[in-house]
Design a binder for this molecule. Structure first.
Ligand SMILES: [Zn+2]
Length: 463
């Protein structure tokens, strides 16, 4: 589902010179390790990071520390969280006089900061204005902004008149429209392709035109032959099946339109097609109406301006209270949770996705997975390793193991006891860089650095 994103005042701000420090060598000692595979936690472990990668993981008793030392006693180390379904803020329907979309870069950078602040080190944007997301992706890759890793589809692909048509490349005929796919590939260099395939039947919405399954198959084949994986927006069991048999590598949503059949659960366990969980997007409407006080939690206070939280609590809340959509989604959320839990229990591959654009929403997704009855260690796998599997990048990301990129989250409390402890963050590391929270351009204002300078040993110099 696409969110229309409010345009805010466009403040052109100068980019600060590279705020990302170069990676060093670190040893995290005597830490309890939750490696992301879903297996049991390992006490008293040592993890060595050299440059951007993890170079050693082993029992503290046999590991040789290198570089600066972080005392991990009483702390819990897990991989950085991955959100495989976002639509980054900053895009809008407004146009400049010369017809270019108005992009609120400050809003985009603040949202990216909010992910990092909340422990999310990778986001996958599956549909946005290319002017917004591709600029941020290149800034992130060049180290110009403090941001999680960004993987992006750029424009999504759809059939004319279908779901998300307003920000899509519209393909009606494969041979005739192939140059549009070639242009999308060359100009936007998608990390993953997103197709929408849905009558927009969620709740009481009208039937709309749908991409023929054969055309979807041709498009998927085209991108796969260029080495690019695909994700397909679906919301019903029937369309999910059709997308899988058309060759979809992943699904952008779980089934939400009704309870899944036993045979669908078996298929998802057998095929292991990863799907994004996206519970939060549907649940957030009734949550705001019934529990607006959630906006006073620390991660929300840091991630949103006071003015925006006030608007959410008043105008937005009143509008959502009146919409039948809010209450339909409230009814369907437990059904969707049960669908996800059944597939996970059978051995299918759920990957954390929110369909939103803030770090606290990603954390909320983990709470809803817990509400679905999934145990915390499995939720952590869904939020880490399975995200890497979704992207096809599990060789480089998703677990704390030797050779992988050092995207790490150090916690003050055990998230395998209570998933809410994943919010109790001691430090966030991205590619071997310790994130300094005081430098994040958060909409809620400057926050304190959580891991004090010099708290690592021997701590000869601050960076
Ligand atoms: Zn979406």
């Amino acid at each position: 589902m696409l969110r229309s994103i409010l345009s805010r005042s466009l403040a052109l701000s100068l980019l600060l010179a590279a705020p990302v420090a170069s990676a060093g060598t670190w040893t995290i000692e005597h830490v309890t390790l939750i490696d992301g595979t879903g297996g049991p936690s390992k006490p008293d472990m040592t993890v060595v990071v050299d440059g951007t990668r993890i170079v050693a993981v082993g029992p503290a008793s046999v590991s040789t520390p290198k570089g600066r030392r972080i005392d991990g006693r009483g702390k819990y180390l897990m991989p950085g969280i991955m959100d495989v379904h976002i639509h980054l803020r900053g895009a809008s329907d407004a146009k400049t006089p010369d017809g270019r979309p108005v992009i609120d870069e400050d809003a985009a950078r603040a949202a990216l900061a909010s992910f990092l602040y909340s422990g999310i080190t990778t986001v996958v944007d599956v549909g946005n204005q290319p002017e917004n997301i591709l600029k941020m992706r290149s800034d992130e890759r060049a180290g110009r902004i403090l941001s999680p890793r960004i993987f992006a589809t750029g424009n999504l692909i759809t059939y004319p008149g279908s779901h998300g048509d307003f920000m899509a490349v519209r393909i009606a005929d494969y041979e005739k429209d192939k140059p549009l796919l070639e242009k999308h590939l060359a100009e936007q260099q998608p990390d993953i392709l997103k197709i929408t395939y849905d009558e927009e039947g969620w709740g009481a919405r009208p039937m709309i035109t749908l991409m023929p399954a054969e055309l979807m198959q041709q498009i998927i084949r085209f991108y796969n032959l260029h080495g690019i994986r695909t994700t397909v927006h679906v919301s019903s069991e029937r369309r999910s099946l059709e997308a899988i048999f058309a060759g979809a590598d992943t699904l952008a949503h779980p089934v939400i339109q009704g309870p899944v059949s036993d045979s669908f659960v078996k298929l998802m366990a057998a095929r292991k097609t990863p799907f994004a969980t996206t519970l939060t997007i549907g649940e957030n409407y009734s949550r705001l109406v019934e529990h607006p006080e959630y906006l006073d939690q620390p991660l929300y206070v840091a991630s949103f301006s006071g003015a925006e939280r006030q608007i959410l609590k008043t105008e937005t809340r009143a509008a959502w209270q009146k919409r039948t959509w809010t209450w339909w989604m409230k009814v369907m959320t437990p059904i969707c949770e049960e669908n996800i839990a059944k597939i996970v229990a059978a051995g299918g591959v759920a990957a954390l996705g929110t369909d939103q654009s803030s770090g606290p929403a990603t954390q909320r997704e983990m709470e809803l997975l817990a509400q679905a009855g999934i145990k915390p260690s499995e939720i952590i796998r869904i939020a880490t390793l399975n995200g890497a599997v979704f992207l096809g990048k599990e060789r480089d990301m998703g677990t704390v193991s030797e050779g992988k990129i050092a995207d790490l989250l150090l916690l003050n409390a055990d998230p395998t006891v209570d998933i809410n402890n994943a919010k109790n963050i001691a430090l966030v590391m991205k590619g071997g860089d310790m994130i300094d929270e005081s430098k994040l351009p958060l909409a809620g204002g400057t926050q304190k650095r959580r891991w004090p300078v010099g708290a690592d040993e021997p701590g000869t110099r601050a960076r």
